[in-house]
Unconditional design. Structure first.
Lengths: 358, 354
């Protein structure tokens, strides 16, 4: 009886919190639009990165496999969408065919990479995934001759936007009396996709598979001794992370209308990893926070640094672009220096860390 | 000066000036990899001449890789950290040497003396930088989760790159040629005295380093720390000093390698450290990371494989794949080697430590 009465206010608070969250999420695109559509696009990218970071979180945070080539799967998804829905080959398939196909293809690539290399120890795996990411990017960059597949460094343009019947995500249209711009529509699509990923992540975390991943992360030999098929379970983590990357890539291609190898550099992989680690590895709210912060911070700096410099020195002394990246790099160092477990680590990890005495 | 590309450049970095795609990294790492490419001699056919020529080029490149790889492997061997900022230390070394050489160029000193002074100042600057990096970004995090120092390393790498861009600008800078270039021809392969100097100097430094690690007290302390930090501590080894030393020595080697790259390609750029560091790290892993002989062998091997690959890939694939695929070789070889020898060519079998 007491348990019941104690639970209900907490349950109520949770529901209120969720309601508030939904309210904020609904308001964001309209508030951001006040500052111009560019801010809606930034919000979109923040969610896209949340999506990617959560995908990588499965691999790095849950299973403890350091993957420095995650962007390869993102690239596979993006190019898959670009090739199947653009004038480049003259194929225009609808998105609900391509997105699952892209996810499956990325998943296949994940298995292809993972199968021979998953027996490698932590840092060896890191460099192999990194190499794989670079190989994919170099191929995208050069597969324009003798047969033009990826159009090389120029990339693929005029990619179809996501379209449901006559309802295109690229144009402004009025829905239920509310005028929605293209980026705003993508925002809602991305929020829905991100919500799906979050639910999958939460469900995975406490599932049999999720616990197996955690066991492997903590001690692979012990996990094996407990009867976990470590190879298959690790492969599953890789494949699952890869398919999320593939879907994110497809949405990215549709949203931008343009893909080029430039978007899939190693730095992108590293950024996504930084989001996971900075936010709090293996902890879903932490990873989301990390992704939103690391997408937002450089943008905020882009708009913030110029006026500040003008106010302090009276003129532009340092190239704002490099100053922006400088501040970004320093922020990474400082956050990790003072919060080594990430900004919002899971309580379990925090406890582990404080118990270390050596 | 903007984008002035001398003729030694294998091919102009094609992706320059592309629209900014990433909302996070406005300034993308462009094709910085083009900087560390062996000079390309187009192979008409599979002749011995090409083979010899590519071996010579590969040896030069490999010597540079090996020096940089040693910096990675020493740090990794002792504290198990991938020092992502090491490539940037190499870049700063090149830039400092460049600045010193340019400012002394008109002083009437003999060119070789100027080059030596530039090299020494670069080495000292990088030693200080390496020491500072360790103090600021890695030492406070020695007991943090494993990935935390990796992120600070990435952060420092971004910081150093942008500091370099603020100081030296975003254009390529031409490294003034200080040595009169002489070209020798032996058995159909041509090489310059710069290449000879690079290989000889690298060999001498590696012999010196081996002596330092195998024969001196400091070296013994280093090996002890690499084996077991706690026991080394109990035996009276000053762990902090040993770790700082590994960073300092690694950075000095990096500075040397940077000056070599600078005088070989006669060009420098604030992003040059990235791909160079990546390749050198690959070399270190190829040899078995943490193993110094492995780093040297891995570096040489990688250099030669890359050069041979660039020379022959067109022929081997019936011109289907051109030499732009050269960068793939390093990673392909790495993946294949690790599939069969999971701890690198010379690495010991270690337990499964995540």
């Amino acid at each position: 009886m007491t348990g019941e009465s104690r639970r209900s206010p907490r349950g109520l608070r949770q529901w209120l919190g969720l309601l508030l969250l939904v309210g904020v999420l609904l308001a964001v695109p309209f508030v951001a639009a006040l500052g111009g559509q560019a801010w809606v696009r930034i919000a979109n990218f923040a969610i896209l990165y949340v999506f990617l970071a959560l995908g990588l979180n499965i691999v790095v945070g849950y299973a403890g496999l350091l993957d420095l080539g995650y962007v390869a799967f993102y690239a596979v998804g993006a190019y898959c969408y670009a090739l199947l829905a653009s004038p480049h080959f003259g194929i225009h398939l609808p998105f609900w065919v391509i997105l699952p196909f892209g996810a499956a293809l990325a998943c296949l690539f994940g298995v292809l990479l993972g199968a021979p290399t998953l027996k490698l120890r932590g840092d060896y795996l890191a460099i192999v995934t990194l190499g794989f990411g670079e190989i994919i990017r170099i191929f995208m960059n050069n597969l324009n001759a003798p047969i033009n597949i990826t159009n090389g460094a120029q990339g693929i343009t005029l990619i179809d936007p996501i379209r449901i019947g006559e309802f295109s995500f690229a144009k402004t249209s009025t829905l239920f009396g509310i005028s929605l711009s293209g980026p705003q529509k993508y925002y809602f699509l991305l929020v829905a996709l991100a919500a799906l990923v979050i639910v999958i992540n939460i469900r995975l975390q406490n599932s049999r598979i999720g616990r197996a991943w955690q066991a492997i992360r903590e001690d692979e030999v012990a996990a094996k001794a407990c009867g976990i098929n470590t190879r298959n379970i690790k492969l599953l983590a890789f494949a699952m992370g890869a398919s999320f990357g593939g879907i994110a890539g497809g949405v990215f291609a549709a949203m931008q209308g343009f893909v080029s190898p430039e978007s899939f550099s190693l730095m992108e992989s590293i950024t996504i990893l930084a989001m996971v680690v900075l936010g709090g590895m293996g902890h879903i709210p932490g990873v989301i926070l990390g992704a939103v912060l690391l997408t937002g911070l450089p943008e905020a700096l882009r708009y913030g640094i110029e006026p500040v410099q003008k106010a302090v020195f009276g003129r532009m002394i340092i190239d704002p672009e490099s100053l922006r990246m400088l501040v970004f790099g320093l922020a990474l160092v400082l956050v990790m220096r003072f919060r080594p477990a990430g900004l919002w680590p899971s309580s379990l990890r925090r406890r582990e860390l404080s118990e270390v005495t050596d | 000066m903007a984008g002035a590309i001398p003729s030694v450049w294998p091919c102009p970095p094609s992706s320059f000036g592309f629209p900014d795609q990433s909302p996070v990294f406005g300034q993308q790492l462009h094709e910085s990899d083009t900087l560390v490419r062996p000079k390309r001699f187009v192979a008409e056919s599979l002749t011995m001449d090409t083979l010899l020529q590519q071996l010579v080029n590969g040896l030069t490149l490999g010597a540079v890789y090996a020096l940089v790889a040693l910096g990675y492997t020493m740090v990794y061997g002792i504290i198990g950290l991938i020092n992502f900022a090491h490539g940037e230390v190499v870049m700063i070394g090149t830039m400092v040497a460049f600045t010193v050489i340019v400012s002394l160029a008109g002083s009437g000193m003999p060119p070789l003396l100027i080059l030596t002074i530039g090299l020494l100042i670069a080495v000292v600057a990088c030693m200080v930088l390496g020491w500072g990096l360790e103090r600021v970004a890695y030492r406070p995090l020695r007991h943090a989760p494993r990935l935390t120092p990796l992120i600070t390393a990435i952060g420092m790498s971004i910081v150093l790159q942008n500091v370099a861009m603020i100081i030296w600008g975003r254009n390529y800078i031409t490294f003034p040629p200080m040595i009169d270039k002489r070209i020798y021809e032996v058995g159909g392969a041509s090489f310059t005295n710069v290449q000879v100097a690079i290989v000889v100097l690298a060999a001498l430094v590696m012999i010196g380093l081996t002596y330092l690690v195998q024969r001196t007290r400091m070296g013994m302390a280093m090996r002890a720390t690499a084996q077991n930090q706690h026991v080394a501590l109990l035996m009276g080894v000053d762990i902090d000093r040993v770790i700082a030393m590994a960073f300092i020595i690694g950075s000095a080697l990096g500075a040397l390698a940077g000056c070599m790259v600078g005088s070989y390609y006669e060009i420098a750029h604030y992003q040059m450290g990235f791909m160079l560091g990546l390749k050198a790290f690959t070399a270190a892993v190829l040899g078995g990371i943490g193993n110094m002989a492995g780093a040297m062998a891995g570096g040489l091997l990688l250099g030669i494989i890359e050069a041979l690959g660039a020379g022959y890939i067109g022929d081997l694939t019936g011109n289907f794949l051109g030499s732009h695929y050269q960068d793939i070789f390093a990673f392909m070889v790495l993946i294949i080697v690790l599939m069969f020898r999971p701890s690198g060519l010379f690495g010991e079998r270690t337990g499964d430590r995540a």
